[in-house]
Design a protein around this ligand. Structure first.
Ligand SMILES: *[C@@H]1O[C@H](CO)[C@@H](O)[C@H](O)[C@H]1NC(C)=O
Ligand SMILES: *[C@@H]1O[C@H](CO)[C@@H](O)[C@H](O)[C@H]1NC(C)=O
Ligand SMILES: *[C@@H]1O[C@H](CO)[C@@H](O)[C@H](O)[C@H]1NC(C)=O
Ligand SMILES: *[C@@H]1O[C@H](CO)[C@@H](O)[C@H](O)[C@H]1NC(C)=O
Ligand SMILES: *[C@@H]1O[C@H](CO)[C@@H](O)[C@H](O)[C@H]1NC(C)=O
Length: 400
């Protein structure tokens, strides 16, 4: 226990350091509160003084669009974004390099980002039809698949926002999935009733390509305290040095943490994707972004086959055996945010280099998906390959 406590205190200092740095970086955002890596930016304003405003309607067709929070862009200095584009109902930062090749969108999270991206898609002159759109930022990591300070590239984006919930003693004894289910699931093999935005499956062939390029990047280590902590997890992936994992993203407006919530999320992800997803990245950002980009694709403003998610792991999504969820969430905190973000941006820079170097031969025409790509209802065409048979555990029930 003493070991655990010292450990926790050591990490606490670390997490606090990260936090004050984060706040210092965000001086231009008056209402930006970095309480977590899931940065809340109430009003997006960045170093706008260094940006030249483009004439309204000026055309730009980037090859790459990077999407993250303002704070997370603070760790990227490989590109100079010099020209800012504005539009009606759009109060975020869309800024591009001088030649218009690479742009960044500084935006919010989930529902908020969905609305912001919709406004972005309506800016006259901004043409994203050929852009490779990379959603990045930070999240928690499932220790079964990755480690703090590492990163992941995902094929599936999943939300449980439409799930139902019974808490504590209200939970019926026959509910194996505890809090999360989509409306009802009467038997283990019955697929739940869905709304439509529960799952987006990205272009798996693009993930293959980006993963191969990204796996070549050398990562920096996490602090010694974080190395000691990761060694106490039961899972091999957690014990590793930071690496690029290939596993999936689950997000919601609720910040969950701990074994019970973590396992529920895994259970839900398993049911909703017929067991195809390997849920590792937990955050409060991504499904709203995917939703808006998906509707952009339905209306031919975005090529969904060019959308990808490459994210950093700021912390584990559950404690190691010697800590409680509370200690892990509030004392360990998100101490791997900084190395995680630097590792994620390194990966993304390598991928952007690949896109630009091989634009004419590979990326201009696009990379054909090699498996089903789209939403849970086949809206973009093709036959959805994860929306029929439920793979819930035998004997489990999630409703009646
Ligand atoms: C960005 O602009 C600064 C100032 O002009 C320059 O020193 C720096 O080299 C530029 N960086 C890149 C990546 O072009
Ligand atoms: C699950 O438990 C509830 C509450 O006890 C009960 O009403 C329901 O019939 C059960 N469902 C199934 C499928 O057994
Ligand atoms: C990985 O790096 C090596 C050495 O620089 C290079 O030869 C190889 O093409 C790279 N592979 C990928 C997939 O980028
Ligand atoms: C990370 O730290 C561990 C333990 O000190 C060390 O064995 C390893 O070589 C380091 N890795 C990197 C990439 O620096
Ligand atoms: C699964 O996707 C197909 C299209 O491939 C669609 O027709 C069907 O309604 C979907 N089922 C569910 C449960 O969403």
């Amino acid at each position: 226990m003493i070991f655990a406590r010292n450990f926790v205190l050591g990490l606490l200092c670390r997490a606090t350091m990260v936090m004050s740095k984060a706040i210092a970086r965000d001086v231009n955002s008056p209402l930006s509160i970095v309480t977590t890596t899931r940065t809340v930016t109430a009003s997006a304003s960045t170093s706008s003084s260094s940006l030249t405003l483009a004439t309204p309607g000026a055309p730009v067709s980037p090859k790459v669009l990077l999407i993250a929070n303002t704070f997370e862009f603070g760790y990227l200095d490989a590109y100079n974004f010099t020209i800012q584009y504005t539009g009606v109902l759009f109060d975020q930062i869309l800024a591009c390099t001088d030649d218009g090749t690479i742009c960044k969108l500084e935006c919010g999270q989930e529902l908020v980002s969905a609305s912001q991206i919709t406004a972005l898609l309506m800016i006259p002159g901004v043409n994203l039809k050929k852009a490779y759109i990379i959603i990045t930022g930070t999240g928690g990591v499932n220790p079964k698949y990755g480690t703090a300070g590492g990163t992941a590239i995902s094929t599936f984006g999943i939300q449980w926002e439409w799930g139902g919930m019974f808490l504590g003693d209200d939970l019926p004894a026959n509910f194996s999935g505890q809090y999360f289910f989509s409306y009802a699931q009467l038997t283990p093999d019955q697929y739940p009733v869905t709304v439509g935005s529960e799952v987006y499956k990205l272009n798996e062939a693009l993930v293959d390509r980006f993963y191969a390029t990204g796996s070549n990047v050398t990562y920096e280590n996490v602090s010694e305290t974080a190395q000691d902590l990761r060694a106490t997890y039961e899972y091999d992936a957690a014990k590793r040095e930071p690496f690029l994992a290939r596993c999936d993203t689950v997000s919601s407006q609720v910040y969950w943490h701990g074994n019970v919530a973590g396992e529920n999320v895994e259970y839900y992800s398993n049911v909703i994707t017929n067991g195809q997803a390997r849920p590792c990245n937990t955050n409060e950002d991504d499904q709203g972004r995917l939703l808006a980009l998906f509707y952009g694709a339905v209306h031919d403003l975005v090529d969904f086959g060019r959308v990808s998610m490459i994210k950093a792991f700021s912390n584990f999504d559950r404690p190691p055996p010697q800590l409680t969820a509370y200690q892990s969430r509030f004392y360990v905190g998100e101490g791997a945010t900084e190395p995680g973000l630097r590792n994620a941006w390194k990966t993304i820079i390598a991928i952007v280099d690949d896109v630009l170097e091989n634009w004419n031969t590979v990326f201009d025409a696009g990379i054909e998906p090699n498996t089903y790509m789209g939403d849970i209802k086949g809206t973009l065409g093709g036959v959805c390959d994860f929306n029929s048979t439920s793979s819930a555990a035998k004997g489990s029930v999630q409703g009646s």
